[in-house]
Design a protein around this ligand. Structure first.
Ligand code: TXA
Ligand code: MG
Length: 336
Protein backbone atom coordinates (compact mmCIF):
# COMPACT_ATOMS: atom_id res chain seq x y z
CA UNK A 1 0.00 0.00 0.00
CA UNK A 2 1.22 3.52 -0.70
CA UNK A 3 3.05 5.26 2.11
CA UNK A 4 1.38 8.09 3.97
CA UNK A 5 2.51 11.67 3.35
CA UNK A 6 3.83 13.46 6.44
CA UNK A 7 3.84 17.27 6.55
CA UNK A 8 5.85 19.11 9.20
CA UNK A 9 3.95 22.03 10.71
CA UNK A 10 4.90 24.64 13.28
CA UNK A 11 2.98 23.93 16.49
CA UNK A 12 2.35 27.62 17.24
CA UNK A 13 2.01 29.01 13.73
CA UNK A 14 1.06 26.28 11.28
CA UNK A 15 1.53 27.24 7.62
CA UNK A 16 -1.75 28.00 5.85
CA UNK A 17 -0.71 25.82 2.90
CA UNK A 18 -0.30 22.75 5.13
CA UNK A 19 -3.66 23.31 6.83
CA UNK A 20 -5.30 23.79 3.44
CA UNK A 21 -3.85 20.50 2.10
CA UNK A 22 -5.29 18.73 5.12
CA UNK A 23 -8.64 20.51 4.79
CA UNK A 24 -8.93 19.49 1.12
CA UNK A 25 -8.44 15.83 1.98
CA UNK A 26 -11.06 16.05 4.74
CA UNK A 27 -13.60 17.82 2.47
CA UNK A 28 -13.15 14.97 0.00
CA UNK A 29 -13.99 12.41 2.71
CA UNK A 30 -10.38 11.41 3.46
CA UNK A 31 -8.46 10.81 6.69
CA UNK A 32 -5.93 13.17 8.28
CA UNK A 33 -3.98 12.49 11.47
CA UNK A 34 -3.41 15.74 13.37
CA UNK A 35 -1.82 16.77 16.66
CA UNK A 36 -3.85 17.83 19.68
CA UNK A 37 -2.53 18.76 23.12
CA UNK A 38 -3.45 15.29 24.44
CA UNK A 39 -2.58 12.73 21.73
CA UNK A 40 -2.69 12.65 17.92
CA UNK A 41 -6.19 12.28 16.47
CA UNK A 42 -7.32 10.44 13.35
CA UNK A 43 -9.79 12.88 11.81
CA UNK A 44 -12.64 12.60 9.32
CA UNK A 45 -15.82 14.57 8.51
CA UNK A 46 -18.11 13.81 11.47
CA UNK A 47 -21.24 14.41 9.39
CA UNK A 48 -20.54 11.76 6.74
CA UNK A 49 -20.93 8.07 7.51
CA UNK A 50 -18.62 7.00 4.65
CA UNK A 51 -15.81 9.23 5.90
CA UNK A 52 -16.26 8.07 9.51
CA UNK A 53 -16.36 4.47 8.34
CA UNK A 54 -12.81 4.88 7.06
CA UNK A 55 -11.65 5.70 10.61
CA UNK A 56 -13.00 2.39 11.90
CA UNK A 57 -11.36 0.51 9.03
CA UNK A 58 -7.99 2.22 9.42
CA UNK A 59 -7.89 1.56 13.17
CA UNK A 60 -9.53 -1.86 13.15
CA UNK A 61 -11.87 -0.37 15.76
CA UNK A 62 -15.00 -2.23 16.90
CA UNK A 63 -18.11 -0.47 15.51
CA UNK A 64 -19.72 -0.27 18.95
CA UNK A 65 -17.04 2.11 20.28
CA UNK A 66 -18.22 5.71 19.60
CA UNK A 67 -15.94 8.61 18.60
CA UNK A 68 -15.26 12.07 20.01
CA UNK A 69 -16.40 15.00 17.83
CA UNK A 70 -13.90 17.87 17.73
CA UNK A 71 -15.17 21.42 17.35
CA UNK A 72 -13.54 24.85 16.90
CA UNK A 73 -15.52 26.50 19.72
CA UNK A 74 -18.46 26.16 22.10
CA UNK A 75 -20.87 27.79 19.62
CA UNK A 76 -20.84 24.53 17.68
CA UNK A 77 -22.18 22.52 20.60
CA UNK A 78 -25.78 23.66 20.19
CA UNK A 79 -25.78 22.47 16.58
CA UNK A 80 -24.78 18.95 17.68
CA UNK A 81 -26.40 18.47 21.10
CA UNK A 82 -30.07 18.51 22.03
CA UNK A 83 -29.37 20.35 25.26
CA UNK A 84 -26.41 22.12 26.83
CA UNK A 85 -26.93 22.03 30.62
CA UNK A 86 -25.75 24.91 32.77
CA UNK A 87 -22.97 22.89 34.48
CA UNK A 88 -21.66 21.75 31.11
CA UNK A 89 -21.54 25.37 29.95
CA UNK A 90 -19.56 26.37 33.03
CA UNK A 91 -17.07 23.55 32.47
CA UNK A 92 -16.64 24.44 28.81
CA UNK A 93 -16.22 28.16 29.59
CA UNK A 94 -13.46 27.30 32.01
CA UNK A 95 -11.66 24.44 30.25
CA UNK A 96 -12.12 24.78 26.47
CA UNK A 97 -10.12 24.65 24.41
CA UNK A 98 -8.55 21.87 26.46
CA UNK A 99 -8.40 18.19 27.45
CA UNK A 100 -12.07 17.89 28.46
CA UNK A 101 -14.67 15.85 26.54
CA UNK A 102 -18.34 16.18 27.46
CA UNK A 103 -21.01 13.63 26.60
CA UNK A 104 -24.37 15.24 25.76
CA UNK A 105 -27.68 14.13 24.26
CA UNK A 106 -27.22 14.02 20.50
CA UNK A 107 -29.37 15.99 18.07
CA UNK A 108 -28.75 13.26 15.53
CA UNK A 109 -26.83 15.62 13.25
CA UNK A 110 -23.52 13.73 13.37
CA UNK A 111 -23.12 10.52 11.36
CA UNK A 112 -24.61 7.45 12.97
CA UNK A 113 -21.20 5.81 12.94
CA UNK A 114 -19.84 8.55 15.24
CA UNK A 115 -22.20 7.74 18.09
CA UNK A 116 -22.17 4.01 17.31
CA UNK A 117 -25.91 4.33 16.90
CA UNK A 118 -26.36 5.69 20.44
CA UNK A 119 -28.33 8.75 21.54
CA UNK A 120 -25.41 10.67 23.05
CA UNK A 121 -22.50 12.49 21.45
CA UNK A 122 -19.03 13.19 22.93
CA UNK A 123 -17.62 16.64 22.09
CA UNK A 124 -14.37 18.47 22.75
CA UNK A 125 -12.45 21.52 21.56
CA UNK A 126 -8.70 20.78 21.52
CA UNK A 127 -6.09 23.32 22.74
CA UNK A 128 -3.68 23.08 19.82
CA UNK A 129 -3.08 25.65 17.07
CA UNK A 130 -2.87 22.98 14.39
CA UNK A 131 -6.10 21.24 15.41
CA UNK A 132 -7.96 24.54 15.86
CA UNK A 133 -6.53 25.99 12.64
CA UNK A 134 -7.81 22.95 10.78
CA UNK A 135 -11.25 22.99 12.44
CA UNK A 136 -11.71 26.71 11.68
CA UNK A 137 -11.12 26.07 7.97
CA UNK A 138 -13.83 23.45 7.78
CA UNK A 139 -17.58 23.88 7.78
CA UNK A 140 -18.05 20.55 9.53
CA UNK A 141 -16.71 19.09 12.84
CA UNK A 142 -14.13 16.30 12.92
CA UNK A 143 -14.68 12.87 14.39
CA UNK A 144 -11.29 11.86 15.76
CA UNK A 145 -10.28 8.94 17.93
CA UNK A 146 -6.65 8.58 19.00
CA UNK A 147 -4.49 7.86 15.94
CA UNK A 148 -3.35 4.34 16.83
CA UNK A 149 -4.40 0.84 15.81
CA UNK A 150 -7.33 -0.32 17.96
CA UNK A 151 -6.17 -1.66 21.36
CA UNK A 152 -2.71 -0.20 20.99
CA UNK A 153 -1.25 2.64 23.07
CA UNK A 154 -2.29 6.11 21.84
CA UNK A 155 0.11 8.01 19.57
CA UNK A 156 1.83 11.05 21.07
CA UNK A 157 4.07 11.79 18.07
CA UNK A 158 3.80 11.65 14.28
CA UNK A 159 6.26 8.72 14.29
CA UNK A 160 3.89 6.76 16.53
CA UNK A 161 1.04 7.47 14.11
CA UNK A 162 3.13 6.33 11.13
CA UNK A 163 4.22 3.17 13.00
CA UNK A 164 0.57 2.19 13.46
CA UNK A 165 -1.21 3.66 10.42
CA UNK A 166 1.25 4.11 7.55
CA UNK A 167 -0.62 3.57 4.28
CA UNK A 168 -3.99 3.69 6.11
CA UNK A 169 -4.31 7.46 6.44
CA UNK A 170 -4.00 10.09 3.68
CA UNK A 171 -1.86 12.63 5.55
CA UNK A 172 -0.17 13.12 8.92
CA UNK A 173 0.39 16.66 10.21
CA UNK A 174 3.54 16.50 12.33
CA UNK A 175 3.89 19.19 15.01
CA UNK A 176 6.17 17.20 17.33
CA UNK A 177 5.29 15.48 20.62
CA UNK A 178 2.01 16.18 22.43
CA UNK A 179 2.14 18.32 25.57
CA UNK A 180 -0.31 16.39 27.75
CA UNK A 181 0.48 12.91 26.43
CA UNK A 182 -2.64 11.26 27.90
CA UNK A 183 -6.14 11.42 26.40
CA UNK A 184 -8.82 13.90 27.49
CA UNK A 185 -10.95 13.50 30.60
CA UNK A 186 -14.42 12.28 29.53
CA UNK A 187 -17.48 13.39 31.53
CA UNK A 188 -21.10 12.32 31.10
CA UNK A 189 -23.07 15.54 31.70
CA UNK A 190 -26.43 14.17 30.53
CA UNK A 191 -27.64 13.44 34.10
CA UNK A 192 -26.98 14.21 37.74
CA UNK A 193 -24.52 13.69 39.25
CA UNK A 194 -22.02 14.32 36.47
CA UNK A 195 -20.11 11.09 35.88
CA UNK A 196 -16.47 10.52 35.12
CA UNK A 197 -16.22 8.10 32.18
CA UNK A 198 -12.46 8.33 31.67
CA UNK A 199 -9.84 10.06 33.80
CA UNK A 200 -7.45 12.09 31.63
CA UNK A 201 -5.61 15.32 31.02
CA UNK A 202 -7.73 17.36 33.44
CA UNK A 203 -7.86 16.41 37.11
CA UNK A 204 -11.22 15.61 38.66
CA UNK A 205 -10.53 18.05 41.51
CA UNK A 206 -10.13 20.88 38.99
CA UNK A 207 -13.50 19.99 37.47
CA UNK A 208 -15.17 19.63 40.87
CA UNK A 209 -14.01 23.12 41.79
CA UNK A 210 -16.38 24.36 39.07
CA UNK A 211 -19.38 21.99 39.32
CA UNK A 212 -19.17 20.26 42.70
CA UNK A 213 -18.94 16.49 43.33
CA UNK A 214 -18.49 14.22 40.31
CA UNK A 215 -19.32 10.51 40.41
CA UNK A 216 -15.93 8.82 40.03
CA UNK A 217 -17.26 5.26 39.85
CA UNK A 218 -15.74 4.23 36.56
CA UNK A 219 -14.98 0.62 37.41
CA UNK A 220 -15.45 -2.02 34.67
CA UNK A 221 -18.36 -3.62 36.45
CA UNK A 222 -19.90 -4.97 33.24
CA UNK A 223 -23.34 -3.51 33.84
CA UNK A 224 -21.74 -0.11 34.08
CA UNK A 225 -20.06 -0.02 30.67
CA UNK A 226 -21.30 3.39 29.55
CA UNK A 227 -18.06 4.37 27.87
CA UNK A 228 -16.41 1.60 25.89
CA UNK A 229 -13.03 3.16 26.69
CA UNK A 230 -13.59 1.42 30.01
CA UNK A 231 -12.92 -1.94 28.41
CA UNK A 232 -10.02 -3.35 30.36
CA UNK A 233 -7.35 -3.76 27.70
CA UNK A 234 -8.13 -0.57 25.80
CA UNK A 235 -4.64 0.93 26.17
CA UNK A 236 -2.57 -2.20 26.03
CA UNK A 237 0.91 -2.40 24.53
CA UNK A 238 1.71 -5.67 22.79
CA UNK A 239 4.14 -6.62 25.58
CA UNK A 240 2.84 -7.63 29.02
CA UNK A 241 3.01 -4.95 31.73
CA UNK A 242 3.83 -6.18 35.26
CA UNK A 243 2.72 -3.76 37.97
CA UNK A 244 4.46 -3.60 41.33
CA UNK A 245 3.33 -1.74 44.47
CA UNK A 246 6.56 0.25 44.81
CA UNK A 247 9.99 0.83 43.24
CA UNK A 248 11.77 -1.63 45.54
CA UNK A 249 9.47 -4.48 44.45
CA UNK A 250 9.86 -3.40 40.83
CA UNK A 251 13.66 -3.46 41.19
CA UNK A 252 13.48 -7.02 42.61
CA UNK A 253 11.37 -8.22 39.72
CA UNK A 254 13.65 -6.57 37.18
CA UNK A 255 16.67 -8.23 38.81
CA UNK A 256 15.07 -11.68 38.42
CA UNK A 257 14.67 -11.15 34.68
CA UNK A 258 18.21 -9.85 34.30
CA UNK A 259 19.65 -12.76 36.35
CA UNK A 260 17.88 -15.17 34.01
CA UNK A 261 19.24 -13.22 31.00
CA UNK A 262 15.77 -12.30 29.82
CA UNK A 263 15.18 -8.93 28.16
CA UNK A 264 13.07 -6.74 30.42
CA UNK A 265 11.76 -3.17 30.27
CA UNK A 266 11.60 -0.98 33.37
CA UNK A 267 9.69 2.27 33.59
CA UNK A 268 10.87 3.89 36.78
CA UNK A 269 11.17 7.23 38.57
CA UNK A 270 14.50 6.34 40.17
CA UNK A 271 17.95 6.16 38.59
CA UNK A 272 18.24 2.73 36.93
CA UNK A 273 21.47 0.73 36.65
CA UNK A 274 22.92 0.05 33.22
CA UNK A 275 22.85 -3.69 32.67
CA UNK A 276 22.70 -6.10 29.79
CA UNK A 277 19.11 -7.30 29.13
CA UNK A 278 17.68 -4.22 30.87
CA UNK A 279 15.93 -1.46 28.89
CA UNK A 280 15.01 1.29 31.31
CA UNK A 281 13.14 4.52 30.91
CA UNK A 282 13.46 6.98 33.79
CA UNK A 283 10.41 9.24 34.08
CA UNK A 284 9.99 12.29 36.35
CA UNK A 285 8.23 11.80 39.68
CA UNK A 286 5.63 14.36 38.68
CA UNK A 287 2.25 13.25 37.36
CA UNK A 288 2.07 15.69 34.44
CA UNK A 289 5.61 15.08 33.24
CA UNK A 290 5.23 11.31 33.77
CA UNK A 291 1.95 11.29 31.84
CA UNK A 292 3.52 13.22 28.98
CA UNK A 293 6.17 10.52 28.48
CA UNK A 294 4.38 7.30 29.46
CA UNK A 295 3.02 6.17 26.06
CA UNK A 296 6.27 6.95 24.35
CA UNK A 297 8.15 4.89 26.97
CA UNK A 298 5.77 1.94 26.48
CA UNK A 299 6.30 2.05 22.71
CA UNK A 300 10.10 2.23 23.12
CA UNK A 301 10.03 -0.89 25.27
CA UNK A 302 7.95 -2.70 22.65
CA UNK A 303 10.47 -1.79 19.97
CA UNK A 304 13.27 -3.12 22.19
CA UNK A 305 11.37 -6.45 22.10
CA UNK A 306 11.47 -7.01 25.83
CA UNK A 307 9.64 -9.98 27.34
CA UNK A 308 7.81 -7.79 29.86
CA UNK A 309 7.64 -4.21 31.11
CA UNK A 310 7.91 -3.70 34.88
CA UNK A 311 6.39 -0.55 36.44
CA UNK A 312 5.70 0.57 40.01
CA UNK A 313 2.12 1.81 40.34
CA UNK A 314 2.10 5.49 41.47
CA UNK A 315 0.09 6.53 44.57
CA UNK A 316 -3.73 6.48 44.50
CA UNK A 317 -4.12 10.26 44.49
CA UNK A 318 -6.20 12.54 42.29
CA UNK A 319 -3.06 13.87 40.58
CA UNK A 320 -1.96 10.38 39.50
CA UNK A 321 -5.44 9.05 38.60
CA UNK A 322 -5.08 9.15 34.80
CA UNK A 323 -1.58 7.63 34.85
CA UNK A 324 -2.75 4.84 37.18
CA UNK A 325 -5.78 4.20 34.97
CA UNK A 326 -3.62 3.77 31.84
CA UNK A 327 -1.13 1.54 33.66
CA UNK A 328 -3.88 -0.66 35.13
CA UNK A 329 -5.44 -1.06 31.67
CA UNK A 330 -2.08 -1.80 30.08
CA UNK A 331 -1.54 -4.51 32.69
CA UNK A 332 -5.02 -6.05 32.50
CA UNK A 333 -4.65 -9.53 31.07
CA UNK A 334 -8.21 -10.18 30.01
CA UNK A 335 -10.30 -8.45 27.37
CA UNK A 336 -13.84 -7.62 28.33
O1 TXA B 1 -7.75 13.24 24.04
C1 TXA B 1 -8.61 12.64 23.40
O2 TXA B 1 -9.76 12.49 23.81
C2 TXA B 1 -8.20 12.08 22.02
C3 TXA B 1 -7.89 13.24 21.08
C4 TXA B 1 -7.61 12.80 19.67
O3 TXA B 1 -8.95 14.17 21.13
N1 TXA B 1 -9.22 11.24 21.50
C5 TXA B 1 -9.49 10.01 22.03
O4 TXA B 1 -10.45 9.31 21.31
O5 TXA B 1 -8.92 9.55 22.99
P1 TXA B 1 -10.72 7.75 21.53
O6 TXA B 1 -11.69 7.38 20.48
O7 TXA B 1 -9.45 7.02 21.54
O8 TXA B 1 -11.44 7.69 22.91
C6 TXA B 1 -12.74 8.23 23.01
C7 TXA B 1 -13.37 7.79 24.30
C8 TXA B 1 -13.66 6.33 24.28
O9 TXA B 1 -13.46 5.83 25.57
C9 TXA B 1 -15.11 6.30 23.87
O10 TXA B 1 -15.76 5.13 24.28
C10 TXA B 1 -15.65 7.52 24.59
O11 TXA B 1 -14.63 8.47 24.46
N2 TXA B 1 -16.87 8.02 23.95
C11 TXA B 1 -17.02 8.55 22.73
N3 TXA B 1 -18.31 8.86 22.48
C12 TXA B 1 -18.99 8.53 23.61
C13 TXA B 1 -20.37 8.62 24.00
N4 TXA B 1 -21.30 9.11 23.18
N5 TXA B 1 -20.70 8.19 25.23
C14 TXA B 1 -19.76 7.70 26.07
N6 TXA B 1 -18.46 7.59 25.77
C15 TXA B 1 -18.07 8.00 24.55
MG1 MG C 1 -8.10 5.61 21.77
Amino acid sequence: MKRTRILQVDRENPAEAALESAAEILRAGGLVAFPTETVYGLGANALKDEAVDRIYQAKGRPARNPLIVHVADREQVVALARSFPEEARRLVDRFWPGPLTIVLESRGVVANRVTAGGDTVAIRSPAHSVALGLLRRLDFPLAAPSANRSNHVSATSAEHVADDLDGRVDLILDAGPCEVGLESTVLDVTGRPIRLLRPGGLRVSELEAIVGPIDREQENSGSNLRSPGQLARHYAPSVGVLLQPNEAAAADQVKKFVDERRRVGWITTEPAPIEPYLFSSVLPLNPDAYGRQLFSALREMESAQVEAIVVALPPATDAWMAVRDRLLRAAATESS
